[in-house]
Design a protein around this ligand. Structure first.
Ligand code: ZN
Ligand code: ZN
Length: 364
């Protein structure tokens, strides 16, 4: 089913339309990060809300193709095509190239250039902070920029990662008889937290919940040094004073109780808001995000030079409002189906109540 583009007749609307499956480029005959199976998909990165199985063909970075195979099995797509960063290829009547987004390993922005020279960049998810586990975001000049806005509110300003890692190490020295359980998503966040701990000089073995093992091994196989990692296995009782990483959902699970009296931490941009940190069971909130914060979103929008901004998953209205104040044409996309993994993941319940308590109930 194809719906009318909210921006028909605009520069971007001539290149991309909105369908029930997500963003579609009629001139190229492909979707970008479709939320339902399509014939031909271009995939920005491996998070489950952007990379789904069952498409006829997938074009993505080598790492994203690998990650999809790890998560969904080798038959995750009919055919696959590796996108070499920076290399333009022709698809239908448009030229397409992939460029680093700085979000997780292999994450890319997709740049589409039409025959008459219009450039549309779909950023996927991105961040501007340095990340030792992936290539940095590449600013791209374009006429139309499609941006995420996961943290598109002024309350979200991410501190330096080194400061947050310092809080964890300080707690570890103060409470050296307690296991430090750190909730971190399995693709990107877990590896970044580990790499930043290593950069801060932490050399001890770091222990992993089983759900994090495969992707940590993959990162290491790609040459990203994460130091010595071991599965928790049956040794929970012996891990007093050690750092253990697990998916955030495990912190409130029976699994966490085997560590006795652990210090619980969550590494997420959301824990910038105290109520959300409490709601996630985080005694020690670590504000570490793989998404651009409010300042970086605005700076990036300005840097692209784009006159037309399409805003997707997150606080769309606030960024749209800001763009319009700058004299840019901007519109929220209201795409359904994104925000199921990584920082974007939000438990369905109580989020609004937590926001009200924090005074950010209104996004407009
Ligand atoms: Zn993502
Ligand atoms: Zn996303």
């Amino acid at each position: 089913m194809r719906e009318a583009s909210p921006s028909a007749g605009t520069t971007g609307g001539d290149v991309l339309t909105l369908t029930a499956e997500g963003l579609y480029c009629p001139a190229g005959g492909f979707h970008i990060d479709p939320v339902r199976p399509v014939e031909r998909a271009l995939v920005t990165h491996g998070h489950a809300d952007h990379a789904r199985p069952g498409n006829g063909a997938v074009m993505a970075s080598r790492e994203t193709l690998d990650i999809m195979a790890i998560r969904y099995g080798e038959d995750f797509t009919g055919t696959r095509q590796e996108a070499v960063p920076g290399e333009a290829i022709r698809i239908g009547d448009v030229s397409v190239s992939f460029h680093p987004a700085g979000h997780v390993l292999g994450s890319m922005q997709v740049k589409i250039e039409t025959a008459n020279g219009t450039r549309v960049v779909v950023s996927g998810d991105y961040k501007r902070q340095a990340d030792p586990t992936c290539a940095p975001f590449e600013p791209l000049a374009c006429e139309v920029f499609v941006t995420e806005a996961t943290f598109g509110l002024p309350v979200f300003r991410h501190p330096l990662v080194a400061e947050e890692i310092g809080k964890l190490l300080k707690s570890l020295s103060l409470f050296d008889g307690r296991t430090h359980l750190v909730g971190a998503y399995s693709l990107g966040k877990a590896q970044r937290v580990i790499a930043e701990l290593r950069a801060a000089g932490y050399e001890r073995t770091i222990y992993l919940h089983g759900a994090l093992e495969r992707l940590c091994s993959y990162y290491q196989a790609q040459g990203i040094d994460l130091g010595t990692l071991e599965p928790v296995g049956r040794r929970a009782k012996e891990l007093a004073g050690e750092i253990v990483l697990c998916p955030p959902g495990q912190l409130a699970d029976r699994w966490a109780r085997r560590f006795g009296d652990p210090v619980t931490a969550v590494a997420s941009g959301w824990v910038r808001v105290r109520a959300r940190a409490r709601q996630r069971g985080a005694e020690l909130p670590l504000v570490i995000s793989d998404h651009a914060d409010w300042d970086d979103l605005r700076e990036t929008v300005a840097e692209t030079g784009a006159g037309e901004i399409w805003v997707t998953h997150g606080a769309e209205e606030a960024l749209v409002h800001w763009c319009r104040q700058q004299g840019l044409a901007a519109r929220p996309l209201n795409l359904i189906g994104y925000g199921d993994e990584g920082d974007a993941a939000e438990p369905a319940g109580n989020v609004e109540a937590a926001d009200r308590a924090a005074g950010i109930g209104s996004t407009t």
